[in-house]
Ligand binder design. Sequence first.
Ligand SMILES: Cc1cc2nc3c(=O)[nH]c(=O)nc-3n(C[C@H](O)[C@H](O)[C@H](O)COP(=O)(O)OP(=O)(O)OC[C@H]3O[C@@H](n4cnc5c(N)ncnc54)[C@H](O)[C@@H]3O)c2cc1C
Length: 414
Amino acid sequence: MIEWSETHLSIRDSIRKFCEAEVKPKLHAIEHEGEPPYEVLRKMIATFGIADMARARFEAQIAKQKAREAAGAPPREDKPRERRPSPEAGMEMAMRMIPIIELSRHSPGMVTALGVSVGLTANAIMARGTIRQKERWALDLLTLDKIGAWAITEPGSGSDAFGAMKSTARRDGDGYVLSGSKTFITNGPYADTIVFICKLDEGNEPKLRKVVTFVLDKGMKGLTQSKPLRKLGLHGSPTGELFLEDVRVDKDRLLGETEDVPARSATKETFTAERTAVAAMALGIVEECQRLAIDYAGTREQFGKKIGEFQLIQLKLAKMEVARMNIQNLVFKQIEMAEQGLSMSLAEASACKLYCAQAAMEVCNETVQLFGGNGYMAEYRVEQLFRDARVLQIYGGTDEIQVSQIARSLLERA
Ligand SMILES: Cc1cc2nc3c(=O)[nH]c(=O)nc-3n(C[C@H](O)[C@H](O)[C@H](O)COP(=O)(O)OP(=O)(O)OC[C@H]3O[C@@H](n4cnc5c(N)ncnc54)[C@H](O)[C@@H]3O)c2cc1C
């Protein structure tokens, strides 16, 4: 893929219009007054039929799975899927990317809130849950009728998510008792459904414990969801803490209803999805910065000239274009791969995220610089994009963790 198609561009234009009409007027309340972003997000996915498409896809998938079970077929094995080229899968990927790109121009925070609910939480249940669990929790998340949170990070375990994890599940009769705390959890303050990742405490050494995943509902006894944490940027995405004090759950909340679901590899799939999505976010941020920068360079005058006539300003604009082209190519690559029945490996996703996050941050930084004092003022959009882009180098695995992931994969090949 070398360019957006006419169909892509017409979808993009409709979403762009929606953002102008519906997102922009709400942005101040969401970014500066603590209003949760969910109503606008719901309206967005309803307007573009995304919720209906998700429902139809869900129903078809469940029907297929039920038919397999009725025929006595064994559950799908945890092995790489066969490569099956499909133009529809490419279109589906583009349909996932285009709203992310357009919404990221206005609010990367809102994209994060949406992505964590639908992309991480619902998909974690869809990937490993039983049919009953999917019907009980995933459909409402896919349609955004309910808001989801996906919780792995703890106060003492971030990059070393599994190694230092302290949250536990202890067997208790037919069920389990869950304890621990999670932090930096997107949608944590408002989530209706929480995917909670912890270790099964069988009295063994923590590093030998199995990783298990549970699905929790808001309001369960012993579960506390904090207020939103104050943070540098990404105000369109409420982030919070979760505290679990002896939360008693039945086995039907254990994802897959078995302790032997390969939770570590499931989490890696989640990381891959999260990391590749950063390319689309970065593209939206960079395109918006570039648009603002070109406009400002062509109007702002100093020393009797438009600042765009100064070569040092031109260098910034040129580097922004290089970043935009590279990031766009990574977005196109993902669409093309989907069409070919392929997806990025974890190491490729890490490389993609590392580059896109750093490039977006550099573009934001240079745009603020190009705007001079105005770039530092909240009245100008670049200030928010600069604060928001910073998180791309932290969440979903920090830059340093992406580096080690990429290097490990290269060294394994040697
Ligand atoms: C806005 C926001 C939203 C988030 N949303 C979620 C969410 O929804 N769910 C969730 O579970 N988590 C979420 N997170 C958590 C996020 O994934 C972690 O913050 C991230 O993985 C880093 O972990 P940490 O903050 O504990 O940093 P640490 O792991 O303590 O890292 C501190 C520093 O040490 C470096 N470092 C650590 N290990 C190594 C190493 N081996 N080699 C070199 N350098 C290293 C890091 O790169 C970093 O620079 C969110 C975070 C933020 C900021």
